[in-house]
Structures are given as structure tokens and as C-alpha cells.
Write a protein that binds this ligand. Structure first.
Ligand SMILES: [Zn+2]
Length: 73
């Protein structure tokens, strides 16, 4: 009988057939959702960090051309 360990809660689960374990490699839908939530959190974090660099370049240029902004020269 195939046995697998849930990567979230490390519960060892045995199933007679792969069709009997719809949440594999997780032991339950709850652990599957926990894993999904972790991935989404990672993605949100990366997405928030990336645009910080790109618009910064564009914002920097017009700011330098402003007459009153000579503080950084
Ligand atoms: Zn689990």
C-alpha cells in the first residue's frame, strides 16, 4: 500500500489507490489550502517588491527637473 507524508502536518497517510487520496500529497483539504496560502503569500510578497524598483526610475527623472527640487544636487 502506498504511503505518503503530508508536507504540511507530516501525517503519514496510507491509501489503497491514488484515486482515494484526492488531496495528495496532502492529508486533507485543509493542508492543501495551507500550502496554497503559503504560495500565494510568497507571490504577493514578490509582486510587491518588484514594482518598487521599476517606477522608482521613472519617478526620479521628472523630480530632478522640478525647479524647487535642488536639494539632492
Ligand atoms: Zn496534513
Amino acid at each position: 500500500m502506498p504511503t505518503y507524508e503530508c508536507p504540511i502536518c507530516h501525517t503519514k497517510t496510507t491509501c489503497a489507490r491514488p484515486e482515494d487520496a484526492p488531496y495528495r500529497p496532502f492529508c486533507s483539504e485543509r493542508c492543501k489550502l495551507v500550502d496554497l496560502g503559503r504560495w500565494l503569500n510568497e507571490e504577493y510578497r514578490v509582486r510587491e517588491e518588484l514594482p518598487v524598483d521599476q517606477p522608482d526610475d521613472k519617478l526620479d527623472d521628472p523630480r530632478r527637473e522640478l525647479p524647487g527640487g535642488g536639494a539632492d544636487v
